[in-house]
Ligand binder design. Structure first.
Ligand SMILES: Cc1cc2nc3c(=O)[nH]c(=O)nc-3n(C[C@H](O)[C@H](O)[C@H](O)COP(=O)(O)OP(=O)(O)OC[C@H]3O[C@@H](n4cnc5c(N)ncnc54)[C@H](O)[C@@H]3O)c2cc1C
Length: 304
């Protein structure tokens, strides 16, 4: 059977680009497909990445793509992968160019889609005054009046970080609080207020949050908010599910040490395959998935 490339990398974010680098360095042929919907698009600074702390996310991707230029076995298609199906010993993929290509292996690196509260202003403030992660955006709002939108155990997992960051903190459960007795006692002891009122809007100037508005007419002044995810995460594509890749209860593909999914020949990395969401960790897992694919390809080649 004739293959167009050895590997299809679906997604050219930190995970996919790092997988490509590993493949390129071992002279494997790969096509990266990317349709320009990076997770951190709303942000103008990429933090917590050694040597590039504070860089613009688009600039980081540009540099990572530039690194790949010298590896002539790696190609880039700026568009979407529409479908991937098993075909003989490999896979056939249809791209948004309407072309189909055959591959031996597939790497899923298409990231996750953040869910936004259906409240006016939320989308506009996302990544500017409403954040998902204190490592990405925390230092910039240290000692500020912060709010934490969340509930249940996820909230109490994040609480120590945001409590330490804030000059004062209010919890917004945006509905009935689902707290255990000891969790309520902790909030009481540390004098951390919470409100169950429904959020109806935000008052802000430009990208700067001023206050959070509630259905009872109340406004709570805040400089920034952390919004916790609800599970399962939504991935940016369903290609993995269609191939039969198993997921965990957080919504991520179950993978082994080198990114191998439950389906032979299919690997996953980055935000697709772990709840530890950062550029550095996505790049690391992309590198591991790339190495996993290289090892499998070369082991098969040795046996030909
Ligand atoms: C607002 C915000 C700010 C953040 N800031 C930071 C930060 O400062 N530091 C940090 O370490 N982390 C930060 N993160 C987290 C970080 O962005 C992610 O963990 C990281 O980008 C994950 O990399 P990835 O390659 O898995 O996915 P992504 O970066 O999301 O890349 C996936 C790529 O796949 C493409 N794609 C999806 N489906 C298809 C398809 N069918 N065909 C072709 N292409 C497809 C998308 O267009 C996208 O370019 C931030 C996240 C958010 C939401």
């Amino acid at each position: 059977m004739k293959f167009d490339y050895e590997v299809l990398i679906t997604g050219g974010g930190p995970a996919g680009l790092s997988a490509a680098l590993a493949l390129g360095r071992m002279s494997r042929t790969a096509l990266i497909c990317d349709d320009s919907r990076p997770r951190n698009a709303a942000s103008s600074h990429l933090n917590n990445f050694p040597t590039r702390d504070g860089i613009h996310p688009a600039e980081w991707r540009k540099l990572a793509r530039k690194d790949l230029e010298k590896y002539n076995t790696i190609s880039l298609f700026e568009g979407s992968v529409l479908s991937v199906e098993k075909s003989g010993p490999g896979f056939v993929a249809k791209l948004s160019s309407d072309k189909t290509f055959h591959f031996k292996k597939i790497i899923l690196a298409y990231g996750v889609e953040d869910k936004f509260l259906p409240v006016p202003g939320y989308k506009e403030l996302w990544g500017k005054s409403i954040f998902h992660c204190p490592y990405c955006h925390g230092f910039e709002v240290r000692n500020a009046k912060l709010g934490l939108i969340g509930n249940g155990d996820t909230l109490f997992f994040m609480l120590p970080l945001i409590y330490d960051l804030a000059s004062d903190l209010v919890i917004f459960t945006n509905g009935k609080a689902e707290f255990k007795e000891e969790q309520r006692a902790l909030l009481h002891k540390k004098k951390i207020p919470f409100t169950e009122n429904t959020i109806t809007g935000f008052i802000y100037e430009g990208e700067k949050l001023k206050s959070v508005s509630f259905e009872n007419g109340e406004n709570v002044e805040r400089d920034g908010l952390y919004a916790l995810p609800t599970f399962p995460f939504k991935l940016k594509s369903t290609i993995g599910e269609e191939l039969g890749c198993e997921k965990d209860h957080f919504g991520f593909y179950k993978v082994g040490e080198r990114g191998k999914t439950s389906v032979d020949g299919v690997y996953a990395c980055g935000d697709n395959a772990s709840g530890a969401h950062s550029v550095l960790l996505a790049a690391a897992s992309g590198g591991m998935a790339g190495a996993g694919v290289v090892h499998e390809l070369l082991s098969e080649k040795l046996l030909e």
